[in-house]
Design a protein around this ligand. Structure first.
Ligand code: DGL
Length: 357
């Protein structure tokens, strides 16, 4: 009898001895919440070789997590399905909902970081919007994939693992919103999608990526210099909508139709995606001047993709009372102008914002 009790006690003691370190180790892991919005990372195709022509936004967040059991070794992971959409359908309303959920979660002491799974088509835009409105230094990492989960050599699982690992790591704090794809760490402000289908599509072609994720840890080599997150003056807390800001693309033979139509549709701001250094075609300039005269804010940007948009370079911005986009792409200039218009319509103030964020 004694021997049986002794044996039972020894087994219980061994179990406790094994449990304690595991639970302590688990307790030491960061708590990371995955907010799923859809995209290819949640996509599925008919065969393992279907890398185009698949359906995005079909796999739920719990299945994404279950497909990568290694996540449990790098963080205590929980998941929420915020949306289930292809990211070409992301809207201002989606952004406001997502930003509020992120800020609510990050205000909780038991949430250490957030990963957002997202379609790659507008990932850079959602990332930049959040970069301007998240009110925390805790890591926020956006991640997607270029191949659906059903494809041979799907990039989603490792991308998700790296994103969670990054969001759980203290080095990722205070660096603004990050994009983690293809083992690389990019800043929300400078990253852009550069290829329609390849897994190395996300690059910060002009100003450079921030670092790598390799061997189970992030290595940072750069830091952003522009303000973001807790340094930002923008707050979505009370906003029910964002001002209507549109983009007009310039090209050879372009006329005023786009600008006139956007103004007729109620635009409060127009980003002109100009050729070269934001040149104003002679047939478009009068329409932009008329837009400004009606109170719309005009921002000169460039379709080129790299370089500074020089104030008073290809146009007399001082005289026209236009704003220049600095190094922001047209699609990111639109985001900053929308948020700027929630604060002011003063063009000098708005220009300051374009040189700040
Ligand atoms: N429909 C595209 C999107 O949701 C698929 C591209 C992707 O997610 O990689 O962005």
């Amino acid at each position: 009898m004694f021997h049986r009790q002794a044996a039972q006690f020894a087994v219980a003691l061994l179990g406790f001895a094994l449990f304690v370190p595991t639970s302590l180790a688990q307790a030491r892991l960061a708590n990371v919440t995955i907010l799923a919005t859809g995209g290819t990372i949640a996509g599925s195709g008919a065969t393992s070789t279907t890398t185009v022509g698949y359906t995005a936004a079909t796999v739920g967040v719990q299945n994404l997590i279950a497909a990568v059991p290694e996540l449990a070794k790098v963080a205590n992971v929980s998941g929420e399905q915020v949306f289930q959409i292809a990211s070409e359908n992301m809207s201002n309303e989606h952004w406001l909902t997502l930003a509020r959920r992120v800020n609510t979660l990050l205000a909780q002491p038991n949430v250490d970081g957030i990963v957002i799974t997202h379609g790659t088509d507008t990932m850079e835009e959602t990332a930049y919007f959040l970069n301007l409105v998240v009110k925390s230094r805790k890591p926020v990492v956006l991640v997607g994939s270029m191949r659906p989960s059903t494809a041979m050599s799907a990039d989603g699982p490792l991308n998700l693992y790296n994103a969670v690992l990054l969001a759980a790591h203290p080095d990722a704090a205070g660096r603004g919103v990050l994009v983690s794809m293809n083992d690389q760490i990019q800043s929300a402000r400078d990253v852009t999608k550069t290829n329609t289908t390849t897994t190395d599509t996300f690059k910060s072609t002009d100003l450079g990526m921030l670092g790598y994720i390799q061997g189970g840890k992030p290595s940072f080599y750069r830091a952003v210099t522009r303000k973001h997150t807790t340094e930002s003056e923008f707050d979505v807390g009370a906003l029910t909508a964002l001002p209507q800001v549109e983009i007009a693309l310039s090209y050879a033979n372009v006329g005023p139709t786009q600008v006139e139509a956007l103004m007729a549709a109620g635009a409060k701001g127009i980003v002109h995606a100009g050729v070269g250094n934001g040149s104003l075609p002679a047939r478009v300039k009068p329409a932009l001047v008329a837009a400004r005269a009606k109170g719309a804010i005009v921002v000169r940007a460039s379709r080129v993709g790299q370089g500074i948009l020089a104030r008073n370079g290809e146009a007399n911005d001082d005289q026209l009372d236009f704003v220049v986009a600095d190094t922001l792409s047209p699609q990111k200039a639109r985001i900053l102008l929308m948020l700027a218009l929630t604060k002011t319509t003063n063009t000098r103030e708005i220009q300051r914002m374009f040189y700040t964020y």
